[in-house]
Design a protein around this ligand. Structure first.
Ligand code: PBG
Length: 329
């Protein structure tokens, strides 16, 4: 690889001015690289701050256009919807996930009515925003039961697709759900609904602020280690991704982001399919808090986002997406 040596080779020559640095730049960022998560709450006319995620808010349905407008103006291709379900609507079975008047369904209808196909909508497929125990699946004798959970996830998928969701994103990590959801969608004439599988999703401590934002933190009993992956493993991530591709995933996600750049790179190099990275809530909170305390520069956000592109990600789910113009300035 190295074709010369010092002193006739000096790598600093290509860095000497801004124009030459721009010329040899290997990775860039644009608004097209981003997905903006949006948190939803019940009620009317509210934009509520989230103490663990400074700069991020929860919106009522009638205020959601405020943030979607912003995303469209900034050229963001897709938003991801996450509901904070009222505790009174949660139960063991997460039945609110199948209510066609739930927050996510109402938000999909509202956004599609106003904006048609100007922006894509992605929705999680998982039960944790709806269950009283905070788990992504159903529980029987203290176990998260796989196949019975898939039955509910299929119905949740069909409902969200019927409302107009463009991209279904199973984030539950049950075995075999991608194939079953794909089959059900095809049988119900939703052949064009895309599936973005959270294929390599780790049982991570970086999800804390998100669970706070959707209100599942205090209710979560135990941890998610019997379905989300052990962060000590990387071969296992390749197996998860391989299976989900076989089952029909159009795109795959690696989550969290920054501590898992090695996984993003291996997935991209091995499978050559669209890979998304999720810069999760804990990563956001760390960066944002340090910036607010002036411990690091704002540019650290740009640096962190470029790292995903360098690793091979096609796009990034980030709570910074609504401020991407300022970050790219
Ligand atoms: C739900 C879900 C989680 C996140 C996205 N979808 C949390 C979890 O699995 O506990 C985390 C996102 C973030 O931390 O920003 N299955």
């Amino acid at each position: 690889m190295i074709t010369g040596k010092y002193p006739n080779l000096r790598l600093r020559r290509n860095r000497k001015d801004s124009w030459t640095r721009r010329l040899v730049q290997e990775n860039t960022l644009s608004p097209n690289d981003f997905i903006l998560p949006i948190f939803l709450i019940d009620g009317s006319n509210k934009k509520e701050s989230i103490s663990t995620m400074p700069g991020v808010f929860r919106y009522t349905i009638n205020r959601v256009s405020q943030i979607v407008d912003k995303a469209i103006k900034k050229g963001i291709p897709m938003v991801a919807l996450f509901p904070k379900t009222k505790n009174t609507l949660k139960n063991d079975l997460g039945t609110e996930s199948l209510n066609e008047n739930n927050l996510v369904c109402r938000a999909i209808l509202e956004i599609k009515k106003r904006y048609k196909n100007q922006i894509g909508i992605m929705c999680d497929v998982a039960l944790d925003p709806y269950t009283s125990h905070g788990h992504d699946g159903l529980i029987k004798s203290n176990q998260i039961i796989n196949d019975e959970t898939i039955e509910v996830l299929i119905n949740q998928s069909l409902l969200q697709a019927a409302m107009g969701c463009d991209v279904l994103a199973p984030s539950d990590m049950m075995d075999g759900r991608i194939g079953q959801i794909r089959k059900a969608l095809d049988n119900s004439n939703f052949k064009n609904t895309q599936i973005l599988s959270y294929a390599a999703k780790y049982a991570s401590s970086f999800y804390g602020p998100f669970r706070d934002a959707v209100g599942s933190k205090s209710s979560l009993k135990g941890d998610k280690k019997t379905y989300q992956m052990d962060f000590r493993n990387s071969n296992e991530a390749m197996r998860e991704v391989a299976l989900d591709i076989k089952e029909g995933a159009d795109m795959v996600m690696v989550k969290p982001g920054m501590p898992y750049l090695d996984i993003i790179k291996s997935v991209k190099e091995t499978f050559k399919i669209p890979v998304l990275a999720y810069q999760v809530s804990g990563e956001y909170s760390l960066l944002e808090t340090a910036i607010n305390k002036k411990l690091i520069q704002k540019n650290a956000v740009y640096e962190s986002l470029v790292s995903f592109k360098r690793a091979g990600a096609n796009a990034i789910v980030s709570y910074y997406a609504d401020r991407i113009d300022k970050i790219l300035e």
